[in-house]
Design a protein around this ligand. Structure first.
Ligand code: IMP
Ligand code: MG
Length: 178
């Protein structure tokens, strides 16, 4: 275990099992369709990479990069850094992110994709921190529920570090206080 980690919440095996469950659900829901998975950089990368291996319906993927303006806590403003390279007109989209927290990101991006003519937009998040939700957003596919603690690993970072950990863990408090 990484020395900055206090406790492992979800092991790599548990994450893989969860991705299998979500892949099966997506297969059932999108039978006969070709969904476009839209991963939000950078946190979604390990999750989308595992998840797609358990989806058997034809699918495509693309990435967007969005960032929160400063003061996002109150306004929830979200800025597009990198847009999609693919047209979304009439497309069934599954937004992929590492964690649903306040909900501002998912809400903003889903609205944007609908404006561009997407046929449907659903969301899949590896983690759900429901306690912190500020906007009512539907997360159709949830890997795990997490309490209101700061977690890292499997794509989730603290100052861009720890994304490479193969598990999800709670960061030691002294790491923030450095
Ligand atoms: P929100 O739902 O718009 O608040 O955005 C969620 C984003 O906040 C995620 O994509 C993460 O980048 C970040 N985030 C929220 N909680 C955590 C956490 O516990 N660890 C690491 N990043 C987090
Ligand atoms: Mg993120």
């Amino acid at each position: 275990m990484h020395p900055d980690i206090k406790e492992i919440l979800f092991t790599h095996d548990e994450i893989v099992e969860t991705c299998k469950r979500l892949g099966k659900q997506i297969d059932e829901d999108y039978a006969g369709k070709t969904p476009l998975l839209v991963g939000l950089l950078r946190g979604s990368v390990p999750f989308i990479a595992e998840l797609i291996q358990h989806i058997t319906v034809d699918m495509k993927y693309d990435f967007m990069d969005v960032s929160s303006y400063e003061g996002t806590e109150s306004t929830g403003e979200v800025r597009i850094i990198k847009d999609l390279d693919t047209s979304v007109k009439g497309v069934d989209i599954i937004l992929i992110d590492d964690i649903a927290d306040t909900g501002y990101t998912l809400d903003k991006v889903a609205g944007l994709l609908y404006n561009k003519g997407a046929n449907s937009v659903r969301a899949a998040c590896l983690l759900n921190k429901a306690e912190r939700r500020k906007l009512e957003v539907d997360v159709d596919y949830i890997g795990f529920e997490v309490p209101n603690v700061f977690v890292v690993g499997f794509g989730l970072d603290y100052e861009q570090l720890y994304r490479n950990l193969p598990y999800i863990g709670i960061l030691k408090e002294e790491v923030y206080q450095k």
